[in-house]
Design a protein around this ligand. Sequence first.
Ligand code: AMP
Length: 216
Amino acid sequence: MKILVMGPPGAGKGSQSSRIVDDYKMPSISTGQMFRDAFNRGDEIGIEAMRFIKKGELVSDDITNEIVKRRLHEADAEDSFILDGYPRTVNQAKALDEMLDDKGTKLDAVINILSSHDVLFERMEQRRVCKQCGETYHLRFKKPEVDGVCDVCGGELYQRPDDTHESVERRLEIYETKTKPLLDYYSEQGILYSVNGMQPFDKVYADIVEILEDLS
Ligand code: AMP
């Protein structure tokens, strides 16, 4: 299965994707996580990307398409993968279609997680992320067992620099103008499925599983 999880920032794309990864044993391709990892390693591409990420701006299509292209050529992404946070512009969606076409394949489904802006602000300001493995927490709804420490790997938890109020506002504005048009793009291809992301985490996941099971 080749699927894409979409939704505004803070809708739960990352958390839902990581559960799909665990249950379905498919690799996740998260451009945001790849940029953060590259930055933490001190790679040039990560340092360049972080200049935009910090302000809540999108990284250029060229850089983003290039890291996805390289990642799609790795052996574990041959048969199945879950894309999280890519594509985010119509140009990226077209580039992705070309990359997949070159490999003689295509996306099976696009899952869109819907949410209101109030809920998104609350979630992002309370979000903490593990510096080491990328696992996400919520200070009220998904607290780590020990404050500031990741339950999964013991890594240090931090607040993403783009989870500040100002940056979140900018990211939502960009989502509305640049990313939302993708919903029409995929709806026209007949592969768009929407779930209500304001339900409890497990219910959102159950709705996603129902879609995935119908596909297979
Ligand atoms: P995410 O972890 O998906 O919320 O992404 C964090 C940030 O990384 C975004 O706010 C963007 O600045 C950047 N980013 C991630 N994916 C993309 C993409 N597909 N295109 C451009 N910028 C991206």
